[in-house]
Design a protein around this ligand. Structure first.
Ligand SMILES: Cc1ncc(CN)c(N)n1
Length: 221
C-alpha cells in the first residue's frame, strides 16, 4: 500500500480534518484571535512532544538508513517550525518562557501521548502511521489554502502561519517524508491484518487532529 490508501480508508475523518472550520476561518482571516492564540500555545507544546516522537524514530530504527531519515525532520521541527511558533508568539506578546509555562490541554496530551505510545508499543511503521497525519495533513492544508481564491493574503493576521505551511521548505520536507513512509508501507497489503492495524493508527491520529482544531475553536466559548 501507499500512504494515499490510508487517507482513502478514512476519508470522512480526513475531510473533517483538512477542511475543518478552524482552517477555513484562518484562511479567511476571520478566526477569533483567542482561538488562534490558544491553538498556537498548544501547538508549541504539541511540537515539543512531536519532536520527541521523531527522536523515538531514531531509537526504533534498525538500519542506519532509517536512523538518518528521522534526523532532518527532528532538526526542521526544532530549528524551523517551533522557532516560527516562538517568534509568532512573541509578535503577540508571549515569550518562549511563558509558553513553556503553559499547561497542556487535554487534546494536546491525548494526541501526543497517543503518538508516543503507538511508537513505544509498536514498531517503526506504527510510529510513522501515527506521525503521518500531522506532517502530510498540514502540507495538504497549506497547499489547499494557497490555491483557494477565498484565501485572504493581505491583512490576514495569520499570513505568517499560511506562508509557513504553504511554503516550499515545509512542502518539500513533507513530500520527502511521505515518500519515505511509502517505502515502509510498500510490502504491506492494506487488506491484511497488519494493514488494518495501520489504518486504525492513522485514522485515530487523524481524529486527534480534528480534536486539536476544535480545541482551538472552543477557546472562545
Ligand atoms: C497539531 C499539529 N499537527 C500538525 C502540525 C504540522 N507539523 C502541527 N504543527 N500541529
Amino acid at each position: 500500500m501507499q500512504y494515499q490508501d490510508l487517507i482513502d480508508a478514512c476519508q470522512t475523518e480526513w475531510q473533517a480534518y483538512t477542511k475543518h472550520d478552524f482552517v477555513t476561518q484562518l484562511a479567511a482571516g476571520s478566526l477569533p484571535q483567542e482561538s488562534f492564540l490558544h491553538y498556537l500555545k498548544q501547538d508549541f507544546l504539541f511540537l515539543k512532544q512531536y519532536a520527541r516522537a521523531y527522536a523515538l524514530a531514531v531509537y526504533k530504527a534498525n538500519s542506519l538508513a532509517d536512523m538518518r531519515q528521522a534526523l532532518p525532520t527532528l532538526n526542521a521541527l526544532l530549528s524551523s517550525e517551533i522557532s516560527h511558533h516562538v517568534s509568532f508568539c512573541q509578535d503577540w506578546g508571549l515569550s518562549e518562557a511563558q509558553m513553556e509555562q503553559e499547561k497542556e490541554d487535554f487534546g494536546t496530551l491525548a494526541y501526543t501521548r497517543y503518538v508516543l505510545d503507538a511508537g513505544m508499543s509498536g514498531n517503526l511503521v506504527d510510529l510513522y502511521a501515527a506521525l503521518a497525519p500531522c506532517a502530510i495533513g498540514y502540507a495538504v492544508i497549506g497547499q489547499q489554502i494557497s490555491l483557494d481564491p477565498d484565501t485572504l493574503w493581505h491583512n490576514n493576521p495569520y499570513q505568517s502561519w499560511i506562508e509557513l505551511y504553504a511554503g516550499e521548505e515545509y512542502q518539500n520536507h513533507a513530500n520527502q517524508g511521505a515518500l519515505y513512509f511509502n517505502s515502509l508501507l510498500a510490502e504491506i497489503d492494506i487488506k491484511s491484518e497488519r494493514g488494518q492495524q495501520l489504518v486504525e493508527v492513522f485514522s485515530t491520529a487523524t481524529r486527534m487532529e480534528i480534536a486539536f482544531w476544535q480545541q482551538g475553536l472552543n477557546a472562545t466559548n
